[in-house]
Ligand binder design. Structure first.
Ligand code: NAP
Length: 253
């Protein structure tokens, strides 16, 4: 059991990569605090986890753009499980896919709020709690978009926030390494989830073709990488960007 007795917050747990991570971490012994806006999805997932696996799942619905939600997730881990050992800050949105010239300010602001400013809120709430435990691990979900070779048209707000997250993590990691807190970023390639175009065969064929491996990832394949970084097996890993992108970033053709 890779995460036995570890108490871990997962945001974006109502769907896709976050939901797969919730199941996987619980199977590996973690107690998980599941956060997202859709309460019904969270409740159903927590019930399934509590019936299936050795871990315990509890839920809190809310919006990651509210700093109070970040604090409430931490308070829940402390009150219900006795402390916090890690977080998978994974909630994210693509926003409107449109060129900068026609992008609304509202879209820009909302993508920045969910993907980047919320990462700051999460870290600010989580770090003091991890310090009380004498250390821990935080993983943020970034993306191949904003990091790999080649830009994708219409995704500038998303790319900017994911690249910004990589910078945030570098500083966070160096600020807290001496306190035993490791901070890393996960860079998935195209993954079969609602945000990744699940159910839209045209999008999925296009995105699959971008990867040398010629398919998209399953959400569990991405969750496995987050599991590693949250576990003690990654004890010497901090400030890293783990690329899990089917070869996208080394693509020549
Ligand atoms: P998904 O299935 O659409 O899940 C997105 C999750 O984020 C949902 O649980 C959603 O929950 C939550 N969320 C969105 N806005 C939120 C908000 N304001 N407050 C709280 N929760 C919010 O997509 P996914 O692919 O699993 O995405 C997970 C992460 O992977 C994202 O950061 C995404 O950018 C990243 N990523 C995805 C891909 C891909 O191809 N799929 C590739 C690279 C990176 P609610 O709607 O219930 O709030």
């Amino acid at each position: 059991m890779e995460l036995e007795h570890k108490n871990i917050i997962i945001t974006g747990a109502s769907s896709g990569i976050g939901a797969a991570a919730a199941r996987l971490f619980a199977q590996e012994g973690a107690n998980v605090v599941l956060g997202a806006r859709r309460e019904n999805e969270l409740t159903k997932l927590a019930q399934a986890i509590n019936e299936e696996s050795g871990g315990r799942a509890i839920t809190l619905s809310g919006d990651v753009t509210d700093p109070g939600f970040a604090s409430a997730l931490v308070a829940m881990a402390e009150q219900e499980f006795g402390g916090l050992d890690g977080a998978f800050n994974n909630a994210g949105i693509v926003g409107d896919m449109t060129p900068i010239a026609t992008m609304t300010i509202e879209n820009w602001n909302s993508v920045v709020a969910v993907n980047l400013t919320a990462s700051f809120y999460a870290a600010q709430a989580q770090i003091p709690s991890l310090m009380k435990r004498g250390g821990g691990s935080i993983v943020f979900t970034s993306s191949f978009v904003g990091s790999s070779n080649g830009g994708l048209p219409g995704m500038s707000a998303y790319a900017a926030t994911k690249a910004g997250m990589n910078g945030l993590v570098q500083s966070l990691a160096s600020e807290h390494a001496h306190e035993g807190i490791r901070v890393n970023t996960l860079l998935p390639g195209g993954t079969v989830t609602p945000s990744g175009g699940e159910g839209n065969s045209e999008v999925m064929t296009f995105v699959s073709g971008l990867h040398p491996i010629k398919r998209m990832a399953g959400p569990k394949e991405i969750a496995q990488a987050a599991l590693f970084m949250l576990s003690d097996r990654a004890s010497f890993m901090t400030g890293s960007r783990m690329v899990v992108d089917g070869g996208m970033s080394v693509r020549l053709l």
